[in-house]
Design a protein around this ligand. Structure first.
Ligand code: GLV
Ligand code: GLV
Length: 321
């Protein structure tokens, strides 16, 4: 019987299915993730770890687990929290959850596009203050999307799904990324592939959909923000450190960009106080994939990976070769 640690509460019957597969499962019955010390203690001697994106899977954790650990199933599409080379050195298979969260995350990106371009966060806060408000022809004016350009940075599955939604709103799409997107997909979108400099110069909304890697850390900093239109908005549903948050605050203060919609932050759950103070930013607590359907599918896929790897089969969605 293999031992599996599930480091957080997961929706659906994922834990039951691990038990049904004959594994001994330790899981958590509260919503909050395991504090580091607790995780390091709980992981000792396990064969598999179902990890959350807030769990840092590094050499320290792998050593705490010991040599029996065979698979780390990250319940996220991003795996910047996992030290892949430390896993590889120890023969630990790493898996993620691509595909199942594409629509939920693209929906959320589009929600942030709408929220930031229409200042809906500020409008909603105004209603809640309880102060009397009256309709006016010139109050709460945002900007429309039809005819505007959405710049997608990172044209992977989520970026392309966001682009498809933007088309339905009458937007034009430009794409940039490390790898060339499928030309047929680009053509179907009526999109153009450009370099980052051109994208920043022409986009009315810049949406970030790239993974966090050393190459994308602070990809959007002071220089890139200055290169954006003063009327443009930035939307980030990828990973916080892709944006230099202090530079974003400075750019907003200087009027170099018009607003931002952020689902992720550089040092979660901390949010830069300069962002909290501003009415022209929309701030969400990393909820891109947070629907019942999607989180259940993510947990199910992570469990399928664990069951396959422990059974000696190839993992369903392995990462990092
Ligand atoms: C969420 O942020 C994910 O990477 O799945
Ligand atoms: C707005 O409420 C309108 O009726 O135009």
């Amino acid at each position: 019987m293999a031992r599996v640690l599930v480091s957080a509460r997961v929706p659906g019957d994922a834990v039951a299915r691990l038990r049904a597969a004959g594994h001994e499962v330790t899981s958590r019955d509260v919503d909050s993730p395991m504090p580091r010390e607790e995780l390091l203690a709980a992981v000792a001697g396990v064969d598999a770890l179902v990890a959350m994106l807030v769990d840092r899977v590094d050499a320290e954790l792998l050593d705490a687990a010991g040599p029996g650990l065979r698979v780390v199933a990250n319940v996220a599409v991003g795996y910047d929290n996992v030290d892949l080379s430390a896993c590889r050195e120890r023969g630990v298979v790493v898996t993620n959850t691509p595909g199942v969260l594409t629509d939920a995350t693209a929906d959320l990106a589009m929600a942030l596009v709408l929220m930031t371009t229409r200042s809906l966060g500020a409008a909603e806060r105004r209603v809640r203050t309880g102060e009397p408000w009256r309709w006016s022809l010139t109050g709460h004016l945002g900007t429309g999307l039809r005819g505007k350009t959405l710049g997608i940075v990172g044209p992977g599955a989520i970026g392309i799904a966001t682009a498809r939604r933007a088309l339905a709103f009458g937007m034009e799409v430009v794409l940039t990324g490390r790898s060339e997107p499928d030309p047929a997909v680009v053509e179907a979108l009526g999109a153009r592939v450009v370099d980052l400099a051109e994208l920043l110069a022409c986009a009315d909304v810049v949406a970030l959909h790239c993974p966090l890697t050393p190459a994308t850390h602070h990809l959007v900093g002071a220089e890139q923000l200055r290169a954006m239109k003063r009327t443009a908005h930035l939307v980030n549903t990828s990973r916080g450190p892709v944006v230099d948050e202090a530079a974003l605050v400075a750019a907003l203060e200087a009027g170099e960009v018009a607003g931002a919609g952020l689902d992720v932050f550089e040092d979660e759950p901390r949010v830069h106080p300069g962002l909290l103070a501003r009415d022209d930013v929309v701030l969400l607590p990393h909820v891109g994939s947070a629907t019942v359907e999607t989180r259940t599918a993510m947990a199910d896929l992570a469990v399928a990976n664990v069951v396959a790897a422990l059974g000696g089969d190839p993992a369903v969605t392995p990462v990092g070769g």
